[in-house]
Design a protein around this ligand. Structure first.
Ligand SMILES: Cc1cc2nc3c(=O)[nH]c(=O)nc-3n(C[C@H](O)[C@H](O)[C@H](O)COP(=O)(O)OP(=O)(O)OC[C@H]3O[C@@H](n4cnc5c(N)ncnc54)[C@H](O)[C@@H]3O)c2cc1C
Length: 187
C-alpha cells in the first residue's frame, strides 16, 4: 500500500535551487515536501562546484609544495618531490561532500521539511508519485494558508501594511515610502 502525503509546497530536486526554497518554505511555516532522486545537494554539492573546488584545492597545494623541492623557496626546502595519492585526494573530497550533504539534511530537518528519496513522476500539476526505497509514495500538493503565514498572524499585519508605498490619494506619484523595516525572518 502506498503512503499518501498532503503538502502545501512540493519541491522536486534537492539541489541548491530546491533545498534553499524548501528550507525557506519550511521556515515560513508551510508544510513542505522535497523529493530527491539522488543525494541532497544536487549537481553543485555532489558532483559539480564543491567536488571540483576540492580537487582544485588539492592540485594547488601540490603545486605549491613542488616549488619547495631542491633549492627551496621562502626558506622552505623539500629534499624530494611530494607524492600524489589520487585515491587519498578523492577520499578527502568525499569527506567534504559528505559533511555538506549532512549539513543540508540537518537544515531541512530543522525547517521541518519532509524529504522523500526517489524519482518524482508527476501525474498532474498537483500530484506526483515516488518509488522510494521504503515503498511507493503519493504526494498531493495544494497551498492553503498555514497557521504561520501572514494571514493568520495579526501581529504582522500592521508592519506588512506599512511596508507598502503610501500612495498619494490624488492619483499622482507616491509621495513617500515608509521606512519600516521588515523583520529579518521575512526576507
Ligand atoms: C563541474 C561543475 C562545476 C560547477 N561549478 C560551479 C560553481 O563554481 N559555481 C556555480 O555557481 N555553479 C557551478 N556549477 C553549476 C551548479 O552546479 C548548478 O548551477 C546548480 O547545481 C544548479 O542547481 P539546481 O538546484 O537548479 O539543479 P541541480 O543541482 O542539478 O539539482 C537538481 C536535483 O534534482 C534532482 N531531480 C531531478 N529530477 C528529479 C525528479 N524527477 N525526482 C527527484 N529528483 C529529481 C536531481 O537528482 C538533482 O539532485 C557547476 C556545475 C558543474 C557540473
Amino acid at each position: 500500500m502506498s503512503e499518501r502525503i498532503e503538502t502545501n509546497v512540493l519541491v522536486v530536486g534537492g539541489g541548491p535551487g530546491g533545498y534553499v526554497a524548501a528550507i525557506r518554505c519550511g521556515q515560513l511555516g508551510l508544510k513542505t515536501t522535497l523529493v530527491e532522486a539522488d543525494r541532497l545537494g544536487g549537481t553543485c554539492l555532489i558532483r559539480g562546484c564543491i567536488p571540483s573546488k576540492a580537487m582544485i584545492h588539492v592540485a594547488g597545494k601540490f603545486e605549491a609544495m613542488l616549488q619547495h623541492v631542491g633549492a627551496g623557496k621562502l626558506g622552505i626546502r623539500l629534499d624530494s618531490a611530494p607524492l600524489f595519492d589520487l585515491g587519498g585526494a578523492v577520499d578527502w573530497k568525499e569527506t567534504v561532500v559528505d559533511k555538506l550533504n549532512g549539513g543540508v539534511a540537518a537544515l531541512l530537518k530543522k525547517a521541518k521539511v519532509r524529504v522523500v528519496q526517489g524519482q518524482a513522476v508527476f501525474t498532474d500539476a498537483k500530484n506526483c508519485s515516488v518509488q522510494s526505497s521504503e515503498g511507493p509514495v503519493q504526494i498531493s500538493a495544494e497551498f492553503r494558508s498555514a497557521p504561520n503565514t501572514l494571514f493568520w498572524r495579526p501581529d504582522r499585519w500592521l508592519p506588512a501594511f506599512r511596508a507598502f508605498p503610501m500612495a498619494n490619494m490624488s492619483g499622482r506619484q507616491p509621495k513617500r515610502y515608509c521606512s519600516v523595516r521588515c523583520p529579518n525572518d521575512w526576507r
